[in-house]
Design a binder for this molecule. Structure first.
Ligand SMILES: NC(=O)c1ccc[n+]([C@@H]2O[C@H](COP(=O)([O-])OP(=O)(O)OC[C@H]3O[C@@H](n4cnc5c(N)ncnc54)[C@H](O)[C@@H]3O)[C@@H](O)[C@H]2O)c1
Length: 329
């Protein structure tokens, strides 16, 4: 049995709690939230205990294997450092932190205290995204030249409207399209340069990402649309892989034929029995047990943040930013 202490009972806290509740051999032993009534609502009739503070939870609970941090981004550092102080392994929602300095400090501190740190970059656990990576890696569409991704929907409703404060959330660039930055880096490796344009309130942005491999990606993020959807399109020398979540279609593979025609196949997908959050958290819990390296590491989370921070700097200055040059959000 693995015992989880959850911190935060908002949108993500609820998602994580429901994932754990659906797992065999996992118990959510406690949930910490300043709003205890909100935590109570999330746990329903489960035997999870609600706490007002992490200290109270750790002092009360007999056994905690992992602390899962689902509070707003600007509070991640506080709770990850506390978890490390208690010597308890930690899962933290993305983005790892609000600044690179904080992220580095958190990673170093976890290393020093010998606790594992997992970061919830869930897109790697979406079957459509994982399938696209597999197709690209297998050379299904030849050499990739350009990529387009889009992620957007309505404005996220958070506790005390913290998402609308760009100094707490980092807007769409740090909070939303960091998912695509991580996914793209997973496919194409390190980034050379980024250039961003967007609304001053960071509710909409377009970022051009140039990878060291030569691939160019156009990444769009929006909090000003009505319904949430995500899209990607990989263009290679032999064809296209594309996906649009709003069409509820599987990943589509179009291959150039020798006669010049384009043939398309829908790549079979099994209907999702479990949410990608379930898959991600189950994977992290397995890594805790087996000591294996997770599909996404804290270092990956840091590198994705680097792309976001560079994009925020580009948006501010109007100039492209080469990675490796220091940037502040
Ligand atoms: N992986 C994903 O797909 C995904 C999606 C949405 C959000 N997120 C990330 O998850 C994190 C949480 O976002 P959310 O949308 O769930 O936020 P939210 O505003 O819905 O919930 C935050 C919760 O934290 C509680 N809280 C606030 N201050 C606290 C404190 N000091 N101690 C204890 N609890 C406190 C609030 O009462 C609230 O219940 C963010 O970092 C966000 O970027 C990830």
């Amino acid at each position: 049995m693995q015992h989880v202490l959850l911190i935060g009972a908002g949108t993500m806290g609820k998602e994580h709690a429901n994932s754990y509740y659906a797992m065999k051999d996992v118990r959510v032993v406690g949930i910490v939230d300043k709003r205890t009534e909100q935590a109570q609502e999330v746990i329903g009739d489960k035997d999870t205990i609600v706490f007002e503070s992490i200290e109270e939870a750790v002092n009360t609970l007999e056994h905690i294997d992992v602390i899962d941090v689902c509070v707003p981004t600007f509070l991640h550092k506080e709770y990850v450092m506390k978890a490390a102080d208690f010597g308890i392994d930690v899962i933290c929602e993305k983005p790892l932190a609000y600044t690179l300095e904080d992220a580095k400090e958190m990673m170093d501190y976890c290393d020093k205290k010998q606790v594992k740190l997992f970061v919830g970059h869930v897109v790697r656990f979406f079957p459509q995204y994982a399938k696209a990576k597999e197709l690209v890696a297998n050379g299904a569409i030849g050499e990739i030249g350009v990529v387009r991704t889009r992620r957007g929907g309505n404005f996220p409703a958070g506790w005390t409207d913290w998402y609308s404060n760009a100094a707490k959330s980092g807007g769409v660039i740090l909070d939303l399209i960091i998912h695509d930055f991580d996914f793209l880096r997973w496919n194409f490796g390190e980034v050379e340069r980024v250039y961003a344009k967007g609304l001053p309130n960071l509710h909409y942005a377009i970022v051009t990402v140039a990878f060291q491999s030569g691939v160019i990606a156009h990444v769009e993020g929006s909090w000003v649309h009505q319904t949430f959807s995500t899209q990607f399109e990989f263009a290679g020398t032999n064809g296209i892989v594309d996906y649009d979540s709003s069409k509820e279609e599987p990943v589509f593979l179009s291959i150039k034929q020798s006669n010049g025609d384009v043939g398309g196949v829908q790549v079979p997908q099994s209907p999702l029995r479990r949410s990608p959050y379930f898959t991600e958290l189950q994977h992290f819990l397995k890594c805790l047990k087996t000591n294996e390296t997770p599909i996404v590491t804290a270092e990956d989370a840091y590198r994705a943040m680097e792309i976001s921070i560079a994009a925020l700097q580009s948006l501010k200055t109007g100039l492209p930013v080469t990675l490796g040059q220091k940037g502040e959000n």
